[in-house]
Design a binder for this molecule. Structure first.
Ligand code: ATP
Length: 354
């Protein structure tokens, strides 16, 4: 890794006797887009607020561009922030909102006006400068909040669930816009979300958080395909879990529903006779046997959900139900509930959850 731009080192935060962030560590590269992903209450916002300077860490330090900023006030940190609620000043026009930080910093009016116009172009709302926030949609208001945050050219952009108050379509288009603006400006960004699809789609890396800790930090590809813990595997993406019993630890043989599969190299210290939780993503499983798949299990179609381009099928296998997706093919009707069905997969795609 290059020299980190932001380094969060052994940070802890307690409110009274309750510790909500513990030993949190993260290095963020210059220009990187990192998401904090986790369930409600896991400490995402608290870490972000400590980086912004709204909360003081109980222990640890925060370094930006080689400088310890742990005890600096928010306005000394050169950080831009966007919150979930739009938080625009209702009595100021859009242009005045965007120019607010520039005015506070004492930028000459002509320069500030130029910067505001530039920002309105970047967020693709060039004609909106004279409007008031109440005359804008939620998505437009959030773009103005983003423009206001980046107008003073902060070194760090902190986004706290900026999309969660918006409806689904606007969320998707605005997240793509945020990412493209962030890339264009090259601004180091932290984005807090509890939405895994959002985090997977826009991040360079994701810190998956649980109980005040970073469970795993990695690229979306790593987090999805190689989850380090049971929590990460379950929280990110749809997961099918099957029980397996180790029949021969030395050769990696595991029995799954009367089938023997080889999980050599993945048993991580499990002994013969141990029970394991084995996980498979829906896209690793096919209905009927596919070339290259070394394992097949027999079951019965339990549910069929027609989603348009794909059909999500749930197949009962022993006591478990397994989800898989088949592509819609207009020439072939979807399977029917109650039909017998075989599923197949490559045992190499199985994750052993520890
Ligand atoms: P959400 O997605 O719901 O916003 P989060 O992951 O951002 O959750 P935080 O807002 O960081 O979680 O809160 C973490 C924990 O710290 C929660 O249990 C919360 O109640 C607690 N907490 C946050 N701020 C304070 C405070 N000022 N005083 C006491 N407890 C607090």
């Amino acid at each position: 890794m290059a020299e980190p731009f932001l380094s969060i080192q052994h940070v802890r935060k307690s409110f009274g006797a309750t510790t909500v962030v513990q030993d949190f560590n993260l290095d963020v590269e210059p220009g990187e887009f990192v998401s904090f992903l986790g369930p409600s209450g896991c400490g995402k916002t608290t870490v972000l607020r400590m980086v912004a300077g709204f909360e003081e860490p109980s222990a640890g330090k925060i370094v930006v561009a080689g400088k310890d900023i742990t005890r600096l006030k928010p306005n000394q940190r050169n950080v831009g922030m966007v919150f979930q609620a739009y938080a625009l000043f209702p009595n100021l026009t859009v242009a005045q909102n965007i120019g607010f930080g520039l005015k506070v910093a004492g930028m000459p009016k002509a320069d500030a006006d130029r910067r505001v116009a530039e920002m309105l172009d970047i967020i693709k709302l060039p004609q909106m400068g004279d409007r008031y926030p109440y005359q804008l949609s939620g998505g437009q208001q959030q773009r103005i909040a983003l423009a206001r945050a980046i107008a003073p050219k902060p070194k760090l952009l902190l986004l706290d669930e900026p999309l969660s108050a918006l409806d689904a379509k606007v969320r998707v288009s605005l997240r793509e816009e945020i990412r493209s603006i962030q890339k264009k400006l090259g601004i180091t960004t932290i984005f807090v979300t509890h939405d895994q699809e959002e985090a997977l789609s826009i991040s360079d890396r994701i810190a998956v958080m649980y109980g005040g800790r970073a469970e795993q930090v990695g690229t979306p590809f790593e987090i999805y395909n190689r989850p380090a813990t049971k929590f990460v595997a379950n929280f990110v993406g749809t997961l099918n879990v099957l029980e397996g019993k180790v029949t021969d630890a030395a050769s990696g043989k595991v029995q799954v529903n009367a089938q023997e599969v080889s999980l050599k190299g993945k048993l991580n210290g499990s002994k013969s006779g141990d029970t394991l939780s084995l996980a498979l993503r829906p896209e690793a499983i096919s209905l009927a046997r596919q070339p290259g798949h070394d394992t097949s299990l027999s079951g019965e179609i339990a549910e069929v959900h027609f989603l348009g381009s794909v059909i999500r099928v749930r197949v009962g296998i022993g006591g478990n139900t397994v989800s898989l997706d088949t592509f819609n093919n207009s020439a072939t009707p979807p399977p029917a509930v109650g039909e017998k069905a075989d599923i197949s997969f490559s045992s190499g795609d199985m994750l052993v959850l520890h």
